[in-house]
Each structure stands twice: as structure tokens, then as C-alpha cells.
Design a protein around this ligand. Structure first.
Ligand code: ADP
Ligand code: MG
Length: 274
């Protein structure tokens, strides 16, 4: 495939925004599902102690004995944490509440910010020898710019920023962009902004439309054309442990995530061709 990286290296994308409830986890699950549906092999890494991505993909507690906690502490390799999901080609490294304590546990380790990067490098190396390596890794970050998010940014090629179409959408964005700059300067020179995706858009709401205009003028071409509409099916799906694309493929939310996946791949091809 054109999107495959050399030596089985996947494209690693962190879904980050230190605000909670903006659609990071929903986007990790459903963009991951949409990418898998169009032929990519996708790993979602749950880096939020709340484990919403793990629950939303139907991975029960007993399947989380090896989790991203063990990967970050060095007790386990990433490969041994990976679980299959109900979606073909979509896999998950789950999280547990143990992650809350990991920051303290690895605080004095020299490579504390590079734990996840080393784990993904190790996976890619092993994958290079396998028939079908991952082509995308999506990292679902916690709602904070803590050491977990720093690990995600240090491990990633790019950052995908979900912004909720509400009044305070842009608040905190400059802080996030500053953090991205700092990580690029100090830890990971290849880190770029993948794009901004507007979530929970409601076309009947004037405020929603105003937010879209503001974000587009502030972030320009980094903002995807595709906006994810506010759609009750999207919010129902996780309680069934399913991505919305499995729960109701025809709903507006599912269709939007499919469009977003194509737009992301299309943009990467354009960049590569340039
Ligand atoms: P974050 O991971 O950034 O904290 P979530 O993805 O968990 O945000 O989303 C926050 C809440 O909003 C969840 O209850 C989720 O189901 C709901 N939600 C997310 N996207 C949509 C959408 N497009 N339409 C309706 N509800 C949504
Ligand atoms: Mg979340």
C-alpha cells in the first residue's frame, strides 16, 4: 500500500487535547475503525487511565491483564498487550487505572519520555518480519499535558487535534501547540501537526458555525473539510462496546468518520507527491 512506511514502520498519530470531552477517544475508536475498513492495519493505543477506548472497543477488564501500564514501566512488550477487536484489522493496546501511577513510577528514569517510542520501535522492528505490519498507530491521550501525553508526542509522527464546536474550543489550543513545539525542540524533531478535526458540529446552532469560522481562520488549511456532526448514535455506541461504524453504519457519525479517514489518506498522498 502507498501509505506503508519503510521497514514496517506505521504512521503514528497522537490524538491530543488537554481538554476532556472533546472527542479524542471517540475519534481514536472510529477513525481507527474507518481506516481499518478501507484496508489499513490499525493499532489503537489507550494511554488514558480511564480506559474509555478499551471499553468502547469492547475489551473487558479480564482482557487487560497486560496493558499500556506494563509497556511504560518496561514490564511487558507492546506486542503482548495487543488485543483483537470485533473489527478486522483493528487492534488495541488497553489501559487500566494503574496508568494513574505510572508518572511517579518512571519519573526518575532517564528515558521516561521515550518509553512509548521505544515500545513502538520494537513493535515495528518485529513487524518488519511479519506478513502484515501495522500501517497506523493511533494514540488516545489523557485530558492533560502530563508525562503520558509527552510519551505519546515523543512517539508520534504527528498530532491530530479534535476540537469540539463549542464556545471555548480555541481556549487551550495555543498551550497545546506550545507543548508540541517544545516536544519537537527537545524530544522528537519529526513531530508535525496532522490536522484539526471539528467534532460535535451542529449545523442548526449559530454558535457551532461561528466556532468553525474562528477555528478555520486561526488554523487555516490544517482544519479538515470533514466535520463530525453531533449524532446520538455516536454517543450510544460505546455502551455496546462497539465503534459507531459497527453499531449503525448508515448514521451521519459513521459516514463522517469514513470521510475523515479518506481525507487524511488523501492529504498524506498529496504531501508525499509534493
Ligand atoms: P475525550 O476523549 O476528548 O474526553 P470523548 O471522545 O470521550 O472525549 O467524548 C466525550 C463525550 O461526547 C462522550 O460521551 C462521547 O460519547 C460524546 N461524543 C463524542 N463525539 C460525539 C458526537 N459526534 N456526537 C455525539 N456525542 C459525541
Ligand atoms: Mg478520552
Amino acid at each position: 500500500r502507498e501509505t506503508r512506511r519503510p521497514h514496517g514502520r506505521p504512521r503514528v498519530i497522537a490524538l491530543a487535547n488537554q481538554k476532556g470531552g472533546v472527542g479524542k477517544t471517540t475519534t481514536a475508536i472510529n477513525l481507527g475503525t474507518a481506516l481499518a475498513a478501507i484496508g489499513e492495519k490499525v493499532l489503537v493505543v489507550d494511554l488514558d487511565p480511564q480506559g474509555n477506548a478499551s471499553t468502547g472497543l469492547g475489551i473487558e477488564r479480564k482482557q487487560r491483564r497486560v496493558s499500556t501500564y506494563h509497556v511504560l514501566t518496561g514490564e511487558a512488550e507492546l506486542r503482548s498487550a495487543i488485543r483483537d477487536t470485533a473489527v478486522p484489522r483493528l487492534h488495541l493496546a488497553p489501559s487500566t487505572l494503574d496508568l494513574l501511577g505510572v508518572e511517579l513510577e518512571i519519573a526518575s528514569a532517564r528515558n521516561r519520555a521515550h518509553r512509548l517510542k521505544l515500545a513502538i520501535d520494537g513493535l515495528a522492528l518485529g513487524d518488519a518480519l511479519r506478513a502484515e505490519p501495522f500501517t497506523y498507530v493511533l494514540i488516545d491521550c489523557p485530558p492533560s499535558l502530563n508525562l503520558l501525553t509527552i510519551n505519546a508526542l515523543a512517539a508520534s509522527d504527528s498530532v491530530l487535534v479534535p476540537l469540539q464546536c463549542e464556545f471555548f474550543a480555541l481556549e487551550g489550543l495555543s498551550q497545546l501547540l506550545k507543548t508540541v513545539d517544545q516536544v519537537r525542540d527537545n524530544l522528537n524533531p519529526r513531530l508535525s501537526i496532522q490536522g484539526v478535526v471539528l467534532t460535535m458540529f451542529d449545523p442548526r446552532n449559530n454558535l457551532s458555525n461561528q466556532v468553525v469560522a474562528d477555528v478555520r481562520s486561526f488554523m487555516g488549511g490544517k482544519v479538515y473539510e470533514t466535520m463530525i456532526p453531533r449524532n446520538v448514535r455516536v454517543s450510544e455506541a460505546p455502551s455496546y462496546g462497539k465503534p459507531v461504524l459497527l453499531y449503525d453504519l448508515k448514521c451521519s457519525g459513521s459516514q463522517a468518520y469514513l470521510r475523515l479517514a479518506s481525507e487524511i489518506i488523501q492529504r498524506e498522498r498529496t504531501l508525499k507527491a509534493a
